[in-house]
Design a protein around this ligand. Structure first.
Ligand SMILES: NC(=O)c1ccc[n+]([C@@H]2O[C@H](COP(=O)([O-])OP(=O)(O)OC[C@H]3O[C@@H](n4cnc5c(N)ncnc54)[C@H](OP(=O)(O)O)[C@@H]3O)[C@@H](O)[C@H]2O)c1
Length: 307
């Protein structure tokens, strides 16, 4: 079969032949892949920088996708750590890590949105004890995950949803109750939950500003680290943890168990197939994978590879 194949971490995947997969376990199924999202997570898998990498090569990238199994059913699937990802004509899925989609579902939208949407969906439903009516601040709200986080916080009943980012023009289009430049988040200091896609220096500054400008520093504040687009480390001021009732947690593979992540797939897939969210997916043929990799990462759309 044809697949996108990574042979070196410093080179893009190439469209080439790869051995056909076979199912071995009782819960495994070979599916024809219809669509696989090119998420930041997939880029970091392909360049060896993700925290889960084992360094094994060659590998086919792709952490999730939509495919059709031998029974003809349409499924969204999430793959375990594997060297056979979803950017191939066929891959092996574990049916327990998949959800059957209604026939006629928009496969591009599902492949584009499940990964970025899961980030806030799981964070709010599995990591924070989020309650309807609470106010949410999204740091990095102009990206694919950030825009969906605004929509998901509203869907889950948030009171105010404040969108923070560095591009003010794009911020105004994300549908938040309020927007604030990333370097002025003190204006949104009284929220209950922060969904943080940024980390690095901007987060260290934002955290110091938020905790010192809260009207009531005894009011709980849950800061959830989800992404690190501005840097993998942040210098958190010690005073932030002493001067306010701040709790810093993370949400992702590991801090949320696979079982808990899988449990959230059906309800989120249902919202996506129902058309609840605004999703901007752009299909690219799998044979053009090298070209897709070379494109600068767009935060306004998600590329979806179609074998
Ligand atoms: N933990 C999880 O479960 C999970 C799941 C999915 C994604 N993620 C992570 O979430 C992050 C965002 O993913 P995505 O799909 O939304 O990516 P994306 O579509 O590429 O969006 C990136 C976002 O980061 C912003 N950004 C980039 N560099 C920045 C900087 N130096 N300072 C401030 N903002 C910056 C962009 O702002 P501009 O619009 O101004 O460029 C944009 O809002 C990634 O780190 C991804 O790995 C985590």
């Amino acid at each position: 079969m044809k697949a996108a194949v990574v042979s070196a971490f410093d080179a893009p995947p190439r469209y080439q032949d790869f051995p056909d997969p076979t199912a071995t376990g009782p819960d495994e199924l070979v599916v024809d892949v219809l669509a696989a999202g090119l998420h930041p997570r997939v880029r970091s898998q392909a360049n060896g920088s993700h925290y889960t990498t084992t360094g094994e090569l060659p590998l086919v990238p792709g952490v999730d996708g939509v495919g059709r199994g031998p029974g003809g059913r349409l499924r969204y699937f999430v793959l375990p750590e594997t060297t056979l990802g979803s950017m191939a004509e066929r891959t092996v899925i574990d049916v327990r890590r998949s959800v059957v989609l209604p026939e006629g579902s928009d496969v591009l939208a599902v492949a584009a949105a499940m990964n970025p949407a899961m980030s806030s969906w799981v964070a709010l439903r599995r990591r924070a004890e989020f309650q309807p009516g609470q106010d949410v601040l999204v740091l990095g709200a102009t990206g694919n995950a950030g825009r969906l986080a605004v929509q998901i916080a509203k869907l889950l009943g948030a009171g105010r949803v404040v969108a923070a980012g560095r591009d003010e023009a794009r911020l105004s289009a994300v549908g938040a109750s309020e927007t604030v430049p990333l370097d002025r988040v003190a204006e949104a200091a009284d929220v209950d939950v922060v969904l943080d896609y940024v980390w690095g220096e901007p987060t260290a500054a934002a955290m110091a500003a938020v905790v010192t400008h809260r009207a009531d520093r005894g009011k709980p504040l849950t800061w959830i680290e989800i992404g690190s687009v501005a840097g993998p480390t942040a210098a958190i001021p010690s005073a932030a943890l002493r001067a306010a009732r701040l709790r810093i947690i993370g949400s992702g593979q590991g801090s949320v168990t696979p079982r808990d992540i899988i449990a959230e797939l059906p309800s989120l897939a249902e919202e996506i197939t129902r058309g609840t969210f605004e999703i901007n997916a752009r299909p690219v043929a799998l044979s053009d994978v090298e070209q897709a990799w070379a494109e600068s990462t767009s935060t306004t759309e998600r590329l979806v590879l179609t074998p």
